[in-house]
Design a protein around this ligand. Structure first.
Ligand SMILES: CC(C)(COP(=O)([O-])OP(=O)([O-])OC[C@H]1O[C@@H](n2cnc3c(N)ncnc32)[C@H](O)[C@@H]1OP(=O)([O-])[O-])[C@@H](O)C(=O)NCCC(=O)NCCSC(=O)C[C@@](C)(O)CC(=O)[O-]
Ligand SMILES: NC(=O)C1=CN([C@@H]2O[C@H](COP(=O)(O)OP(=O)(O)OC[C@H]3O[C@@H](n4cnc5c(N)ncnc54)[C@H](OP(=O)(O)O)[C@@H]3O)[C@@H](O)[C@H]2O)C=CC1
Length: 620
């Protein structure tokens, strides 16, 4: 019996039963009641018909992962099977809805008529089997409509019962399409052996046929995962289609050996393979009394060697120390009012300490970890920019802070009805762009890292002198950058180290822009004998959960550093440690490159480690 409950909306059915009771109690309401029953049954019919017509286009109406679940579990031929189902009503020339209405009205009217007649006969002691013409007609009508209704609802149920409920599975699949399921299940769903796609005929080599359909636009490339239910196969088919479309080979771009399920709905759309970037390791980096082997993913020869040399210099001088100055990710929406006065009203409202608790509660309710720290406002005419800053635990936090900001905007919209939300991001944040606001106020983790390098180490390991380094730093990193009008670029190559660690550990590489903001200071220490070197980096935007950090290779690199995943004891501690490591590695990189430049070693070293000695002509 549970099968039919799955099949028909229970609430509608109970409603129908209630209506039946009412019908018996008050026969005067027979017609309106039967019409309302018809309406309710019609809703059921509609749902049932939708199931067969396969009209639900999950990819256009639902989130990708929602529809993946449904289609990933679809049985072979799912779609076609649904289309080819035959209903009793198919035999009729009228639309299903209208036919149903007619038969329901006939059934209930005939039943009502017969019940009244039989009650009359019982009262007057007339034998029940003596039938008038009207009663005969009513019985025929009742039987005919009963057979129709049984055909529409009942036969299908009986068939299901006999065939083991295959069709029920279809219904469950349809329900799965509507309700999102856990992502993990999506990734591990076994692929169906055979697939039927609407409008294309599949031969022996299904993948080629599907690739052709992608090429000619019959099947959308982005819907392959949902349709095939197999992420690797989807990437293979998409890749084949791409080669067919462009006439260019993708040989050399690996396909196998990657878990495409792990990027679905989180890291990359339309995958056709993956790029291999080598990972080198520099270290040990001695930082805050601990040793780290730093993974760096790069194709710039010399970079890892250089950082490694810097690590050696730091280690031999007793290690580096770091300080975390602040930790808060930012997002700044822009809203517009009719006047600058109204924009200022909102500015005063969000800056009023009496409102901060309320706004924090609204923001914080969107996450277990996000905690609003403050809102900094900037006004341009009648437009208000609110730079929200929030703690984001071990996540880099952009999705998290955006979600919180959206919630606050929804609240503010009710308080300031004339507020026009232009965009959840108004560039006063500022994400992935060089901007003075980040350089001055900070974004993500602000870290300063320092070390005192002994004169002996400068001479023996770095092959230069303290005075040469002091002079170079002043003329290059400070004066030269000032002349260039730099914002946050008062360093030699912080972005080299930041990007390499970002790629290795699954950070968002575009955020290397502001994460590389850095001022490198070199000052004389111990009476001018030794070198005090520091890097101050106000915007290191890193996380150990979310984004690419969960991918196998990147997670392995985080594991190497001892900061993989969420820190359960102290949320945020892993991400903060990673930020300190980034700063420490930048310190090492700065020391080494600056020394190479001071010693006139740069070109020579790059000729050795960064230029191929192979015959390029022969290779290409
Ligand atoms: C290449 C070095 C390190 C040689 O430096 P060296 O002092 O001649 O090397 P060494 O053989 O004497 O070895 C010293 C230490 O360096 C390390 N080291 C040495 N070789 C290796 C290696 N193969 N692999 C790993 N580590 C290496 C290693 O720690 C070694 O100690 P050991 O282990 O022998 O006791 C040096 O010349 C150097 O650092 N050059 C600078 C290269 C650099 O930093 N490139 C970055 C890219 S430049 C750029 O993109 C930005 C730029 C330049 O445009 C920015 C700007 O405008 O300034
Ligand atoms: N939306 C945007 O504007 C932008 C997005 N991005 C992208 O955003 C992604 C990163 O967003 P981000 O918000 O960092 O990550 P996620 O969107 O993955 O959010 C982090 C998730 O991890 C959960 N979580 C579990 N444990 C912890 C913990 N200890 N600390 C923090 N969170 C934890 C959070 O829980 P809970 O649900 O309770 O918060 C949340 O669901 C990257 O892919 C990046 O490329 C980049 C720039 C802009």
């Amino acid at each position: 019996m549970s099968k039919i409950w799955d099949y028909i909306d229970c609430r509608s059915l109970f409603h129908c039963i209630d209506s039946f009771r009412e019908f018996g109690e008050d026969s005067k309401r027979a017609l309106p009641l039967s019409l309302s029953i018809v309406q309710q049954m019609d809703d059921m019919v509609l749902r049932k018909t939708r199931k067969f017509s396969g009209e639900m286009d999950c990819c256009s109406n639902n989130k990708m992962e929602d529809c993946i679940e449904g289609s990933a579990s679809a049985k072979p031929g799912g779609g076609k099977k649904k289309n080819s189902k035959t209903l009793a009503s198919d035999a009729l020339p009228l639309p299903v809805g209208l036919t149903n209405k007619v038969f329901f009205i006939l059934f209930f009217t005939a039943s009502y008529f017969l019940m009244r007649r039989w009650r009359e006969k019982i009262r007057t002691s007339t034998p029940l089997h003596v039938l008038s013409l009207g009663e005969l007609v009513a019985i025929v009508v009742q039987l005919a409509s009963f057979i129709y209704l049984l055909g529409f609802f009942g036969i299908d149920y009986v068939q299901n019962f006999i065939t083991g409920g295959n069709d029920d599975d279809d219904v469950r699949e349809e329900l799965k399409l509507i309700s999102p399921a856990p992502k993990e299940e999506v990734a591990i769903k076994p692929s169906p052996p055979q697939v039927q796609l609407k409008g294309i005929s599949l031969g022996d080599n299904e993948d080629d046929d599907i690739a052709t359909a992608v090429c000619n636009g019959t099947v959308a490339s982005y819907s392959l995962e949902a349709t095939l239910g197999d992420c690797t196969r989807s990437a293979r088919v998409r890749r084949k289609a791409l080669e067919m479309m462009t006439g260019r080979s993708l040989d050399g771009l690996p396909l196998e050996g990657f878990d495409y399920g792990s990027i679905l709905g989180q890291c990359c759309e339309l995958p056709v393979g993956y790029v291999q970037i080598p990972v080198g390791v520099a270290g040990p980096l001695v930082l805050d009394g601990l040793e780290y082997m730093v993974p760096m993913s790069t194709t710039e020869g010399c970079l890892v060697a250089s950082t490694n040399r810097g690590c050696k210099a730091i280690r031999m001088s007793g290690g580096a120390t770091s300080v975390l100055l602040r930790d808060g990710m930012t997002r700044a929406p822009v809203v517009r009012f009719a006047t600058a006065k109204r924009a200022a009203d909102l500015k005063y409202y969000v800056e009023d300490p009496n409102n901060s608790e309320k706004l924090s509660a609204i923001f914080n309710s969107t996450s277990r970890f996000a905690r609003l720290q403050g809102i900094q406002c900037g006004i341009a005419g009648r437009n208000l920019y609110m730079r929200f800053s929030c703690f984001t635990g071990d996540a880099m936090g952009m999705n998290m802070v955006s979600k919180g900001v959206q919630n606050v905007l929804d609240f503010l919209q009710n308080e300031f009805l004339d507020m026009d939300v232009i965009s959840v991001s108004g560039n006063f944040c500022a994400d992935k762009k060089p901007a003075a606001v980040n350089w001055i106020e900070g974004r993500g983790k602000s870290v300063v890292c320092e070390a005192v390098i002994t004169e002996e180490v400068v001479r023996k390991v770095l092959k230069t002198t303290v005075p040469a380094l002091l002079e170079l730093n002043m003329l290059k990193n400070l004066t030269g950058s000032a002349l260039a009008g730099a914002i946050g670029g008062f360093n030699a190559h912080a972005s080299n180290i930041v990007s390499a660690i970002f790629i290795a550990t699954g950070q968002d590489p575009a955020q290397n822009v502001e994460s590389s903001h850095c001022i490198t200071m070199m000052e004389a220490s111990n009476g001018g004998k030794d070198l005090h070197v520091s890097v101050t980096m106000p915007c290191i935007e890193v996380g150990t959960v979310g984004g690419g950090t969960q991918l196998a290779s990147q997670a392995a690199c985080l594991n190497l550093l001892g900061v993989k995943g969420a820190n359960t004891q102290s949320p945020g501690a892993n991400a903060q440690r990673l930020a300190r490591i980034v700063a420490g590695a930048v310190l090492a990189g700065e020391l080494s490159l600056m020394s190479a430049l001071a010693a006139g070693q740069l070109v020579k070293s790059h000729m050795k480690y960064n230029r191929s000695s192979k015959d390029i002509k022969a290779i290409s």
